[in-house]
Design a binder for this molecule. Structure first.
Ligand code: G6P
Length: 370
């Protein structure tokens, strides 16, 4: 096992550090920037059906569901097809409105999750075309879906998903850009700009790993005894906040909640005092000024702010208690990069609490029963 861990203390840390490669592998042979194309057989072979979809429903569980939420933002922004995201366990029991004109995208690292399998079966019975995004090759879900794209993250052993999540975001980015290009909603120029940026993501993830490894370790030490955590983000980084909170819950057993930053005033603000750490993801794009005022509201209530900001940020950084910097990218790809220091932070807090990081209590890597 030590050999399999490749010198890392845990599989989770190894998998966090594998992300530049897993994202690169997921892009390889698909994102051909020089030729100006995205090559994905599953999408190409079904292009008409996909682009004529009345709506797309994304179904998934856990971390994959968070990837689905970001998929909604991506597909609606670039391909302008309406998207809904549902927990597979809810979808399967509520008689949803699904017809032959619908596309269902099922996202699953393992390809074996029982609720996702059952939801796919129901969607197929209703005539929908089901597209799978799985990591495990030849898994049950990859076999029952009508078409699909694999994430090429490689085997993920740590129960808390890390590299599979960023690979899912990578595939969803490719799909959204490809659909948008072919249905005319994305100009060629914009398509090329985004493809060029997407190609830099593995390198930027490498940079963020190197630049935030020590600081997340340091910050983690200050919060070993925290009882609660709040994670906030807006737009594309709202689901990244949910995923950051889930990582912490799963492995450290600290209660954590993710929230859209602007919703703070409708509830979580009541919890803020000097004992509440708040991780806030605030890249320069999007609604940066709004986030700045959220941070000021938190500081006025003495909350401890851990700001995850772009390199060189001054406004948020000047009022935050702790600052984690990440390289700038297009807003739509920022969750891929911003998620990495959040994984490291959760990892080190759990390690310092002496938790079993790779096999947290009560959790399973793949949930094959209801
Ligand atoms: C379990 C795992 C999570 C995972 C979820 C969905 O809860 O512990 O890490 O996100 O199942 O799994 P899937 O394989 O369908 O993505």
């Amino acid at each position: 096992e030590q050999i399999e861990k490749g010198g890392y203390e845990h599989f989770m840390l190894k998998e966090i550090f594998e992300q530049p490669k897993s994202i690169h592998d997921t892009l390889r042979g698909r994102l051909l920037v020089e030729e100006g194309i995205i090559k994905m057989a599953g999408i190409w072979d079904n292009l008409e059906r996909l682009n004529q979809a009345q709506k797309i429903t994304i179904i998934a569980c856990g971390t994959s569901w968070h990837a689905g939420l970001i998929g909604e933002y991506l597909i609606e922004e670039f391909a302008r097809i309406p998207v809904e995201v549902e927990y597979a366990s809810e979808f399967r029991y509520r008689n949803p409105i699904i017809s032959e004109k619908d596309i269902v995208i099922a996202i699953s690292q393992s390809g074996e999750t029982a609720d996702t399998m059952a939801a796919i079966k129901m969607a197929k019975e209703k005539g929908a075309f089901v597209y799978g995004i799985c990591n495990v090759v030849d898994s049950s879900i990859s076999r029952v879906t009508d078409a699909g794209s694999y994430t090429h993250a490689g085997p993920e052993i740590g129960v808390a998903s890390t590299k599979a999540f960023t690979a899912q975001l990578t595939v969803l980015s490719l799909i959204a850009l490809k659909l948008g290009k072919h249905n005319g909603h994305l100009s060629n120029q914009e398509f090329m700009r985004l493809c060029t940026e997407l190609e830099t993501i593995p390198q930027k993830v490498q940079e963020v790993l190197e630049s935030t490894h020590e600081i997340t370790k340091e910050i983690a030490k200050s919060f070993v005894d925290a009882q609660n955590f709040l994670y906030l983000g807006r737009g594309y980084n709202f689901p990244a906040a949910l995923e950051g909170a889930l990582k912490l819950k799963e492995i450290s057993y600290i209660h954590a909640e993710g929230y859209p930053a602007a919703e703070m005033k409708h509830g979580p603000i009541a919890l803020i005092d000097e004992n509440m750490p708040i991780v806030i993801i605030a890249p320069r794009q999007g609604h940066y000024d709004k986030i700045v005022s959220n941070v000021q509201e938190i500081k006025a209530r003495k909350g401890k702010v851990i700001a995850v900001v772009n390199k060189g940020d001054t406004q948020v950084a000047s009022v935050a208690d702790y600052v984690i910097e990440f390289p700038e990218t297009s807003e739509c790809f920022s969750p891929i990069i911003a998620s990495v220091p959040l994984q490291l932070l959760a990892y080190y807090i759990a390690v310092y609490r002496g938790a079993n990081v790779d096999q947290p209590r009560n959790l399973a890597k793949s949930v094959t029963v209801e």
